[in-house]
Design a protein around this ligand. Sequence first.
Ligand code: SF4
Length: 352
Amino acid sequence: MRNGALIDLVSSFMDMDRSAVEAIDEEVGGLFVSRFLQRRMAETIEGRDSFTREAFRQFLLPGLYTEVDPTNERPHIVDGYPTVNNSYPNSVALMVTRTCHVKCTYCFRGDLITSRQTHDSQAAQAGIDWIKSHPNVSTVLVTGGDPFTVPAEQLAHIVESLVSIPTVNEIRIDTRALTVKPSSVTDSPEVLDALGAAGGKVWFYSQINSAAEFHPDVDRAIAAIRRAGVPIVNQAVLLKGVNHTPVLMREMVYSAIRRGIRTDYIYLLDGGAEVDSPFNVTDDDIRAIFSELWSTNTSGLAKPRAVYVDPTSNTKAQLLVTPFEGNEAAFDKFLADRRRKYSRRDVDGASS
Ligand code: SF4
């Protein structure tokens, strides 16, 4: 059902005609953004916040991907275990929900994501049991949707269960909660207790794309995670109009570092996407960003890897060459490979 109040708010915040926002709402099957971001938009209009239109675009515009399962993830879901994606020999993604606080325009699972509660505790438990019975699996990525939409007691149970598996060394919680709904972190003492008792096994993988996403409530959530002794790393997504210049990306990376968060990698999206997609970043933009971040002007902590999800294997292809100068040929080959793979010509069974 159409959310008229949200459409009015977005139209006023983005300075767009209501009919244009309605058309997007129709195209994406219903806009949804967390109440926290709605409050930030309202307060920005009233002059009490500075959340930028650019930062908001990532939740508004229709998706960059025009096809279902662009990273070829679904063939790697284990038969009979819909929550377990096993693309790597020693690592699995445990998809504990399809629910999210927002709908990012670049989501690989965009066709599945919903604002309705979809957590199925039996399916999640079956996934945990599968991991227990596969001692070769040492890394578990808890993902969704957003794990912080799962009721706190159940998310705490998932964390505790995974921590107790002796063969699991590393648990990553993949979430946008810090910047899109920080109260889902600060108001979840059960989860914070479980993280505090994890003894170093858990890592918090945030997704922050713009310096404008930081806010005092976000800082409180970051502090709560750090107090629990859990390191926070960032995986940013490179988006035209959000962070596609060296200045914007540098601002984001350094704003995160000041809060104790290292940006581990920057995702490059579909290299075969239509060039007129609103988020498609040109190879020249990409070169300019990495030439800045991988230069000798930049601290080692501010040098993220360049990563794309390889749709031929659903694994990450990654590169970190530094300094950039002198290594341009390696970088150009990396970008060319990405375009070729996303042309889908070499993906079994996929149409070109
Ligand atoms: S937060 Fe993650 S799961 Fe949710 S819509 Fe964005 S990319 Fe998809």
